[in-house]
Design a binder for this molecule. Structure first.
Ligand SMILES: *[C@@H]1O[C@H](CO)[C@@H](O)[C@H](O)[C@H]1NC(C)=O
Ligand SMILES: *[C@@H]1O[C@H](CO)[C@@H](O)[C@H](O)[C@H]1NC(C)=O
Length: 464
């Protein structure tokens, strides 16, 4: 296309006498060609089909219904210090309510134990339903402790394993300026066949109680553990964010086990590619190559790079992505050859707006599509339903359908942070078409649908 364009321009300008109508017609020609180019890109790409808001699967259509929420704000009054301390950029009084332990809306954000989801109790018609934000009990009747987590599907045992931060300890501030924290207890692991009933498999990587110089010494920080399986070595490899209580170490840690249920041997921590690394995730591609994605340079950008073949280290290849966008909490997935990522902004434990990104190559360039949240109300959508992304699980047998996993952090009592799981569906045009694409969506839209309660569709049989 650029060759043709150059030829026209040369013809127009080379005569020395520049005819206005020739210029106008050339520009019209260029626009038509750009337009045809966009159409061609639409047609030849595998993601070219337009779904116009419908998923491939009628079973998921119900989950694409927009569910509205209407919140009655209580009258203004004196705020708790935690809520008062925040000076938000825009008026977000509902976030003040969210952060206020004494808010009249507290039970909406953090419903009490009476409404807990208990898969062991005969839930009747409520069986298999996710209730985002409610307390979720394991098969022993205890609240699940797997925050900032991720899910591994083990092919051999046909079992899902959910790993996350086990935070069942007191929340405190290490010093006046320190963030709310819980001492490291370890990485919790839960197993399930149906993604709803979870059995506690114990702490698979435990804190170090005595050796103060150890990365896992309890007063340090262990966040966002993720596990993948290496087909070549037969090992389960865990990556996690390792830090000191002031978040100045900014490193990744690596642990390894022969079994999904551990125990994991902690190997070491490092700054990948010699850069700061805070929120992170790992992603195993179809070809077996795994990648580390981490927030770096004061969380102003993300870095992505392949791991070594044994997954125990990073290789020396790295790309900076989403530079200057200040994103964290990355969660990656892939659909029909396109990579997608959900991220959050950086506002500590307070919720903020999620963004969806897409790329043809995991190494970038990545483009930001916009806010994927649908339903609830405006404040729900501007706060990722009062939660922060952590992982995206594919629903087997339903390409393009996923479970979006997020954490509703409770900074007053972090162990009581809740899980917000919602259906995520890829399909339909992007909501914010890219300027240079002349209104034709380059990427499929990624939508996360709010539901007070929902379950996976009938055709979902647990495991295939
Ligand atoms: C459960 O479902 C059955 C059959 O659809 C219905 O008759 C019953 O009222 C429902 N029970 C509750 C508690 O919703
Ligand atoms: C964290 O910062 C505080 C205050 O600046 C300081 O007193 C403390 O020693 C620091 N802790 C670590 C582990 O660096």
């Amino acid at each position: 296309m650029s060759g043709n364009l150059a030829a026209i321009l040369v013809r127009v300008f080379s005569g020395g006498r520049c005819s206005t109508s020739a210029v106008v017609w050339s520009l019209v020609g260029c626009l038509i060609m750009l337009h045809l180019y966009s159409l061609a890109r639409q047609k030849d790409g595998v993601r070219g089909e337009l779904h116009l808001g419908m998923s491939h699967h009628p079973q998921f259509r119900e989950l694409e219904a927009v569910e509205e929420e209407n919140i009655q704000m209580p009258p203004p009054r004196k705020r708790s210090p935690r809520a008062a301390k925040r000076r938000p950029k825009r008026p977000t009084t509902i976030i003040d309510e969210f952060l206020d332990e004494n808010s009249q809306l507290r039970n909406m954000f953090f419903p009490d134990h009476k409404t807990a989801i208990d898969p062991m109790k005969d839930a009747g018609n409520d069986s298999s339903y996710y209730h985002p934000g409610r307390i979720w009990l394991d098969t022993d009747g205890n609240p699940i402790q797997a925050h900032g987590g991720g899910i591994l599907f083990d092919q051999k045992s046909k079992t899902y394993y959910w790993y996350g931060e086990y935070k069942d300890g007191p929340t405190y501030h290490a010093h006046k300026k320190g963030a709310a924290r819980v001492d490291i207890i370890g990485v919790g692991c839960y197993s399930s066949k149906d993604l709803w009933t979870w059995k506690n498999e114990g702490i698979v990587l435990a804190a170090e109680e005595t050796k103060e110089t150890h990365d896992l010494y309890k007063s340090n920080v262990l966040e966002r553990p993720k596990v993948i399986y290496n087909d070549k070595t037969g090992k389960f490899v865990m990556w996690m964010h390792i830090d000191d209580s002031n978040y100045t170490k900014a490193s990744v840690g690596v642990a390894v086990s022969d079994y999904p249920t551990g125990p994991f041997d902690y190997l070491y921590s490092k700054r990948p590619h010699d850069f700061e690394s805070r929120d992170m995730t790992i992603f195993k591609d179809d070809d077996g190559v795994a990648y580390l994605i981490y927030s770096s340079d004061d969380n102003s950008e993300l870095h992505v790079g392949p791991l070594t073949a044994d997954y125990l280290d990073v290789s020396n290849v790295m790309r900076r992505i989403l530079v200057g966008q200040h994103r964290e909490a990355p969660a990656l997935f892939k659909h029909q050859g396109t990579y997608y990522m959900i991220t959050s902004g950086c506002t500590g434990w307070a919720p903020n707006e999620a963004l969806a990104h897409a790329a043809d190559s995991i190494m970038g360039p990545w483009e930001t599509m916009g806010n994927p949240c649908v339903g609830g109300n405006k404040m729900f959508r501007l706060t990722t339903f009062f939660a922060q992304s952590t992982f995206v699980v594919p629903v087997p047998g339903f390409p393009g359908s996923y479970i979006f996993m997020a954490d509703r952090w409770n900074p007053a009592d972090l162990r009581d942070s809740r899980y917000v799981w919602l259906p995520l569906i890829v399909g339909g045009p992007a909501d914010q078409p890219l300027d240079y694409n002349f209104g034709f969506p380059l990427w499929s839209r990624v939508s996360i649908y709010w539901h007070r309660k929902w379950k996976l569709p009938q055709g979902w049989s647990g495991l295939k």
